[in-house]
Design a protein around this ligand. Structure first.
Ligand SMILES: Cc1cc2nc3c(=O)[nH]c(=O)nc-3n(C[C@H](O)[C@H](O)[C@H](O)COP(=O)(O)O)c2cc1C
Length: 301
């Protein structure tokens, strides 16, 4: 028997595979395809203090080995989550984390406070790294001072596990990771999308309505792996790795580079069953290589 369970900032996951925010809805949307309770953790879509319409269309573009999105945190707001979604997910046997996004520190704090009392939500993922909103989002995650300030403010009011999601659009991601660890983050997840752009030459126009958007998928994997490797050496808290994971082999590469757990994002759009296939593939890898415990391979590089 192989031990797949991992502890992420005080939350025990039955296996190291989570689904990434914005790519898996509230999990329920996928329950026709897979038993979502098999997944180690589900990060629900970006949630803000008030409803957001998101950006105008077109807000998706396919690119070589990846995709660009500029959805812009479309969601119905935290009160809708608490009253309508939470009752539907609370008895599913996995760990739901709410991805908390905001435009001001007060927004982040107010949203986190409303999630404090939800017994079956063991943690939040603080999104200080979204490149697709005009104000806030990535702005918080690209300087040590603002990343520290928002983490400190949320830490003061939020008493469950606090995961902070880091932006790759920085010159030194380890410094940002250390700043949020110092202010009380229980774990860090990385990477959010890389700022990119796509052009339609025939129309002589940018494809996305916002011109720029966030790049995800296999194209970003080498950058994400490098950052996970760097950050895991810079902090003591668990690192959750993501960016271009399409297979169990990709997930294992992140774990070898220093991730205690991984998140699967864009791959869910191609194969809705991919997260459970990745769990099975990790188990198979451990058996084949004669490891008893997933922790035996974390950060061996
Ligand atoms: C359509 C789409 C929507 C996303 N929405 C969010 C979001 O609401 N909050 C967030 O933190 N990240 C969001 N992301 C970023 C992903 O969670 C993930 O960090 C990124 O896509 C890299 O992983 P991947 O290459 O496996 O997709 C979104 C990504 C996509 C493609």
């Amino acid at each position: 028997m192989v031990k797949l369970s991992v502890n992420i900032g005080g939350v025990e996951l039955k296996n190291p595979v989570m689904t990434a925010s914005g790519t898996f809805g509230y999990g329920l949307e996928y329950s026709d395809f897979i038993d979502i309770s098999r997944i180690g953790g589900i990060i629900v879509k970006g949630t803000t203090i008030r409803e957001r319409q998101g950006n105008p269309y077109p807000r998706m573009a396919e690119t070589s080995s990846g995709m660009l999105n500029a959805v812009g945190l479309q969601n119905k707001g935290v009160d809708h989550f608490v009253s309508e979604i939470y009752p539907k997910i609370k008895d599913i046997d996995t760990n739901f984390f709410v991805n908390v996004s905001g435009s001001t520190i007060e927004d982040y704090v107010a949203t986190a406070e409303k999630l404090n009392d939800l017994e079956k939500i063991p943690g939040i993922e603080l999104n200080i790294s979204c490149p697709n909103v005009k104000e806030g989002g990535m702005a918080f995650g690209t300087s040590c001072a603002s990343a520290a300030e928002v983490t400190k403010a949320v830490r003061r009011v939020y008493h469950r596990s606090l995961m902070v999601k880091l932006s790759p659009n920085v010159s030194n991601i380890s410094d940002i990771a250390q700043a949020v660890e110092y202010e009380g983050a229980d774990s860090v997840s990385l990477i959010n999308t890389l700022l990119g752009m796509a052009v339609d030459a025939e129309k002589r126009k940018a494809i996305l309505s916002t011109v720029t958007g966030g790049l995800s998928g296999p194209a970003v994997k080498p950058v994400a792996l490098r950052m996970v490797w760097q950050v895991s050496q810079a902090v003591k808290i668990p690192v959750i790795g993501l960016g271009g994971i399409m297979s169990a082999q990709d997930a294992i590469e992140f774990i070898l580079a220093g991730a205690t757990a991984v998140q699967v994002g864009t791959a869910n759009f191609i194969d809705p069953c991919i997260s459970t296939k990745i769990i099975d593939g990790i188990e198979d890898y451990l058996v084949r290589n004669k490891f008893n415990n997933i922790s035996d391979i974390v950060g061996v590089i």
